[in-house]
Design a binder for this molecule. Structure first.
Ligand code: ADP
Ligand code: MG
Length: 313
C-alpha cells in the first residue's frame, strides 16, 4: 500500500535531535526555537529543482545531502553555527526507496553538524526541495559581503573548479571528482573560525569570479587575482591543461568553498583558523580601491574574456 503523508513524515523525517535552543520540532503547527543569549539569528533558504539543479541520474542520497549542504554553506559564509532546518518537499510520488535514500543523505549531514530538522511541508508535484536553515552568531559577529577594504588579503578554502570539472566530464568522471559535485562539504567550522578575523566572506556557489564580483560590489572595491596561486586539485591538473584548469577554477560553479578577505594586520591569524577548522586555505589575491578584477600571472595564464556565472533569469 502507498504510504500516506503523515506516515511518510514520521518514518523518514521525524528524528529526535536534542538541543537547548529547540523547544519543539516536528509535529505541531510551527516549531519553537529559543535563541541563545546574545546571539543573532542567521537564516537562509535554497531550492533544488529537478532538471535545473540536478539531473535525473543524480542518486537520491546525494540530493538529500546537497539540499542541506548548500544551505549550511550559506550559514558558513556568515560565520553562523547551524542549529535547525526546515524541509519543504515536493514529490511526484511517495517512492519509498527514493525517500529512504534521500532522508539518509539529509540526516547524515544534519547529524554531523548537530542540526535538528524542526519542520517542513510535503506535497505532490514536480520534484523540488526547499531547505531553510537557522543558525547563530555571537551578537554583531556575522560575516557580511560588504566588509572588504583596499589592501585586504583575499583567500579561498579547499580547491576550486572540481565540481565544474565533474559537470564537464559527465559520465567519464572519477568517483572522487563526482563527489565534489554531488556531496559538497559545507565549510561550517572554517566560517565560525573566521568570525573575528575575516572582513568579508561569501560561499562560492556560482563560480569564483561571479561570487567575488558580489563581494566587490557590496564592498565598493576591486581586486587583483594571482592566477598562479589558485588552489587546483591534482585531479583537475591531470584532466586539463593549465589554462583550461584556471578557467574552470574561475568560472565553474557548485564548489561551495569559502571566499574571504582579511585585513593585512590579521593575516597572521588565518593559519590558526584554518588549522582549528581542519580546512586548507590559500591566498589568491588582494583587494584594491579600483573597481573590477585585475589578473596577475608569472606563468602567462590568462583570465576568461567574460566572467559569467549562472543566472536563472
Ligand atoms: P500544517 O498542516 O500545520 O502545515 P503539516 O501537516 O504540513 O502541518 O505538517 C505536520 C508536521 O510535520 C509539521 O510539524 C511540519 O513542520 C512537519 N513536516 C511536514 N513535512 C515535513 C518534511 N518534509 N520534513 C520535516 N517536517 C515536515
Ligand atoms: Mg503544512
Amino acid at each position: 500500500m502507498a504510504i500516506g503523508e503523515f506516515d511518510l513524515i514520521a518514518r523518514y523525517f521525524d528524528r529526535c535531535v536534542i538541543r537547548d535552543d529547540i523547544l519543539l520540532g516536528i509535529g505541531d503547527d510551527a516549531a519553537l526555537v529559543r535563541p541563545p543569549a546574545q546571539a543573532d539569528l542567521a537564516i537562509a533558504t535554497d531550492t533544488l529543482v529537478a532538471g535545473v539543479h540536478f539531473d535525473a541520474g543524480t542518486p537520491p542520497r546525494a540530493i538529500g545531502h546537497k539540499a542541506l549542504a548548500v544551505n549550511l554553506s550559506d550559514l558558513a559564509a556568515m560565520g553562523a553555527e547551524p542549529a535547525g532546518a526546515l524541509l519543504a518537499l515536493t514529490l511526484p510520488a511517495a517512492d519509498e526507496a527514493w525517500l529512504c535514500a534521500f532522508a539518509d543523505g539529509f540526516h547524515a549531514l544534519a547529524a554531523r553538524h548537530g542540526v535538528a530538522l524542526i519542520g517542513g511541508d510535503t506535497c505532490r508535484g514536480p520534484l523540488a526541495i526547499t531547505v531553510t536553515v537557522l543558525g547563530w552568531t555571537p551578537r554583531g559577529t556575522g560575516l557580511r559581503r560588504a566588509g572588504a577594504r583596499p589592501g585586504d588579503a583575499l583567500y579561498a578554502s579547499g580547491t576550486l573548479g572540481d565540481a565544474g570539472l565533474a559537470l564537464a566530464l559527465g559520465e567519464g568522471v572519477t568517483p572522487a571528482i563526482r563527489e565534489r559535485l554531488h556531496r559538497p562539504e559545507p565549510r561550517v567550522a572554517l566560517g565560525c573560525a573566521l568570525r573575528d578575523i575575516a572582513s568579508a566572506a561569501i560561499d562560492v556557489s556560482d563560480g569564483l569570479l561571479a561570487d567575488l564580483g558580489h563581494v566587490l560590489a557590496a564592498s565598493g572595491v576591486g581586486a587583483t587575482l594571482d592566477l598562479d596561486a589558485l588552489p587546483l586539485s591534482d585531479a583537475l591538473r591531470m584532466a586539463r591543461d593549465p589554462q583550461a584548469a584556471v578557467h574552470l577554477a574561475l568560472t565553474g560553479g557548485d564548489d561551495y568553498e569559502l571566499l574571504f578577505s582579511v585585513a593585512e594586520a590579521r593575516v597572521g591569524e588565518v593559519t590558526g583558523a584554518a588549522q582549528r577548522s581542519g580546512t586548507p586555505v590559500t591566498r589568491i589575491g588582494t583587494i584594491c580601491a579600483d573597481a573590477g578584477i585585475g589578473y596577475r600571472s608569472a606563468q602567462g595564464l590568462r583570465s576568461p574574456a567574460r566572467a559569467g556565472g549562472y543566472q536563472h533569469f
